[in-house]
Design a protein around this ligand. Structure first.
Ligand code: COA
Length: 258
């Protein structure tokens, strides 16, 4: 891959979007490579958590590549949005925790990418926003849906319709990011959280993500049925026996994902 790098350290895959000359802007090739990177990591049993970040000092991702967007027509525009949505939805439903380490500008498609991740940790230098209306378009990679679900319609419409960029501390205050850390501690903070999640039962983590991500788009009654079914399913796993056994025997759990 040309614009996306994967590094696996211990049980953690670090996926870096690496086109720093254009602040990691997402052209079609980069979107496809992000999808490919996640597919590789999905099939790697040694990986139990993912950190997604941007290469260079300035940006997580400064948006979709405006040079490409400028040439779209109604048909290619719809196809572009659908391709991005497919990749981002695969991240949202990824069976291993995905932490966005937001190291700088996360604008437009970059903000939408961070929104598709399960958790967002931001550097104190990060700025987030959906500036699409300043270009005469709307977010097309899920931003109108995921931001409204995360923040509520009022705050989402404020950010989408002004196109304003907000600093990391304000993003934390409104719940757009989970936490903010000094820039030089960002990767350590993301890795610490990823390591903790990687040490838990992988099947339990997978079920938790499914219950929250799929369940939150269902009426609550149906979400509760999904929760009970997944809860029951975990009773069939060696990991449940291991987890409960270690509590009773007061030792560290060694989960196998079986
Ligand atoms: N698509 C294509 N190229 C982009 C880009 C994007 N989304 N964002 C930045 N770049 C390019 C710039 O054109 C510039 O290229 P150049 O050096 O060949 O001129 C390079 O990245 C550096 O960006 P620059 O604008 O010089 O940096 P800055 O620090 O002055 O400003 C931003 C940073 C992020 C505020 C500014 O680049 C910006 O507003 N980008 C567009 C954000 C946006 O609207 N995203 C939504 C797209 S739907």
């Amino acid at each position: 891959m040309e614009n996306v790098k994967i590094e696996v350290r211990d049980a953690i895959a670090i996926i870096t979007i690496d086109r720093p000359k254009v602040l990691n802007a997402l052209n079609a090739q980069t979107v496809a490579e992000i999808g490919e990177a996640f597919e590789q990591v999905r099939n790697d049993d040694a990986v139990r958590a993912v950190i997604l970040t941007g290469g260079g000092e300035k940006a997580f991702v400064a948006g979709a590549d405006i040079n490409e967007l400028a040439t779209m027509n109604p048909i290619t525009g719809k196809e572009t949005a659908e391709r991005g949505q497919r990749v981002f939805t695969a991240i949202e439903r990824f069976p291993k925790p995905v932490i966005a380490a937001v190291n700088g500008f996360a604008l437009g498609g970059g903000c939408e990418l961070a929104l598709a991740c399960h958790i967002r940790i931001a550097s104190d230098k990060a700025q987030l926003g959906l500036p699409e209306v300043t270009l005469g378009i709307i977010p097309g990679y899920g931003g109108t849906q995921r931001m409204a679900r995360l923040l509520g319609k009022g705050k989402a419409l404020e950010l989408i319709c002004t196109g304003d960029r907000i600093p990391a501390d304000e993003a934390e205050r409104i719940g757009l990011v989970n936490k903010v850390v000094p820039a030089d501690q960002l990767m350590a903070a993301a890795e610490e959280m990823a390591r903790k999640m990687a040490s838990r039962g992988p099947l339990a983590i997978r079920a938790a993500i499914e219950a929250v991500m799929i369940g939150s788009d269902m009426p609550q009654d149906a979400g509760l049925v999904l929760e009970a079914t997944l809860f029951g399913l975990l009773a069939s796993t060696s990991d449940m026996k291991e987890g409960m056994g270690t509590f009773l025997e007061k030792r560290q759990a060694k989960f196998t994902g079986k």
